[in-house]
Design a protein around this ligand. Structure first.
Ligand code: HEC
Length: 152
């Protein structure tokens, strides 16, 4: 059945292309772990971003859940995924992660604190949530500018 085979091949190609753009093909071990963890941070930001767009009043539960994700993926949890000697393809980290460790660790801690402020804002007004969300996004950006090849 040649027709069916062609469809099968197309599907396989599409699936391969899809996964390559999500997680870098060939990433294993700690590099894959940190890419996945960064993916979690991205989802947390999207949760808040989507909520702020859709709802006039922020949902406490969504804010708390996103904040918990950020807190679990920052500070020491983040730093631990960048051990010495782990700069190799397909990582998009810069060598500065290891050369300028103090600054890198400071930004990882700042991310954790920003996650804490987001958690607190769950009890507050929309403006509090927007403020915490903005501070968080700025922390992602500051770190990426220095420590990630593709700075956003
Ligand atoms: C302390 C530094 C630091 C902070 C803070 C930080 N990142 Fe990253 N991020 C990195 C580095 C370094 C990489 C590249 C990792 C690699 O490829 O080995 C990265 C990669 C990523 C990636 C790409 C993952 C992939 O699959 O290749 C995304 C998405 C991302 N970060 C999102 C975020 C978001 C969202 C935030 C804020 C909520 C954030 N990051 C905060 C350092 C940071």
């Amino acid at each position: 059945m040649p027709r069916r085979n062609t469809v099968g091949v197309c599907v396989a190609v599409l699936l391969a292309a899809g996964s390559a753009s999500l997680a870098h093909d060939g990433a294993t071990g700690v590099i894959k772990q940190r890419m996945d963890q960064m993916g979690t941070l991205k989802s947390a930001m999207k949760m808040i971003g989507d909520m702020l767009k859709a709802d006039a009043e922020p949902k406490q539960k969504t804010v708390s859940e996103a904040a918990a994700l950020v807190q679990a993926a920052s500070g020491a949890h983040l730093v631990a995924l960048f051990p010495e000697g782990s700069l190799m393809a397909p990582s998009e980290a810069t060598a500065a992660v290891w050369q300028n460790r103090t600054e890198f660790e400071m930004l990882a801690r700042r991310l954790e604190e920003a996650g804490g402020s987001l958690a607190q804002s769950a009890e507050g007004t929309r403006q509090d949530v927007v403020g915490a969300f903005t501070a968080l996004a700025e922390t992602c950006k500051s770190c990426h500018e220095q420590f990630r090849l593709k700075s956003n």
